[in-house]
Design a protein around this ligand. Sequence first.
Ligand code: NDP
Length: 313
Amino acid sequence: MRHELIIIGSGPAGYTAAIYAARAALEPLVIAGPEPGGQLSKTSEVENFPGYPQGILGPEMMEDLRKQAERFGTRIIYDQVEKAEVCSTPKRLWLSSGEVLEADAVIIATGSSPKWLGLEAERRLYGAGVSACAVCDGFFFRGKPVAVVGGGDTACEEALYLSKLCSEVHMLVRRDEMRASKIMQKRVKATPNIRVHWNTITVDILGEQFVEGVRVRNRLTDEESEIPVKGFFVAIGHQPNTQLFVGQLEMDANGYILTRGKSTHTSVEGVFAAGDVQDPIYRQAVTAAASGCMAALDAERWLSEKKFIEANP
Ligand code: NDP
């Protein structure tokens, strides 16, 4: 069946795009993807989304966004796209169920996934001290010691952010140098309550119900030690969920979809990108939602121009 607009992804970007597109009578179809609600459906309290003075639970906020999108006629399919052909006309999407969908325009809002170390305790203690987002969860560790793993710009940013809230920030860097830009390194080194542990590998996260500490090993001496912390932030990079579109859309060296100027237009006509999938810098729910709105407006304009051209050849 051919649709005017299909939105891939159901995080803040996807649902906001759906709200705007549905109100513009485009009858959008949302493919919810492997993690309906996106990364926020896995977080606890969201306290920085404007409009919620008391904060709101991430899953609850995503439920509200879903209901708001459905209220205006959005249809949601709880399935995932296995293969996409976005350069063709119409664009074609193959779902896990076997269904094949066709669309005039597609908004890609598939988000990104934080990279993890691969420790069992990371999963067990996720939301109980383990996090991949200091801006989201740092507040819960006010006055307490925390650890940040990684030596890139993200890790430095997370450590600097946490240093303003937490008693001490232990940065665990696996080599004897950081990958981060010089200026970020300088800021980190100039912050008295950030302690950088060089050549340090995370062996395990300690704690049964909540994070109590981290066991580390010095890569040069093989010596193991424990650092008591209440929060454990993994900041070893994000992976944009763009594997479906490799070879079809222009991307940067890290796989983020490139958009044209200040718009959400990708390198392919009728394909728009919104949210973390095209944003390596801000990665916030509110910025994702804003770009979802932009993508819906861009798609609506593009579709009406296309209809006009087709009607007036
Ligand atoms: P990066 O890939 O730049 O850095 C990842 C860091 O994590 C590296 O220090 C890496 O170590 C370390 N790491 C990777 N795997 C492991 C592991 N298994 N155990 C321990 N450490 C590990 O990712 P970022 O997210 O920091 O940055 C991504 C891009 O976004 C970069 O281009 C960055 O400049 C940009 N960015 C820009 C910002 C800004 O301009 N304000 C803010 C944030 C990001 P190693 O070096 O040994 O590989």
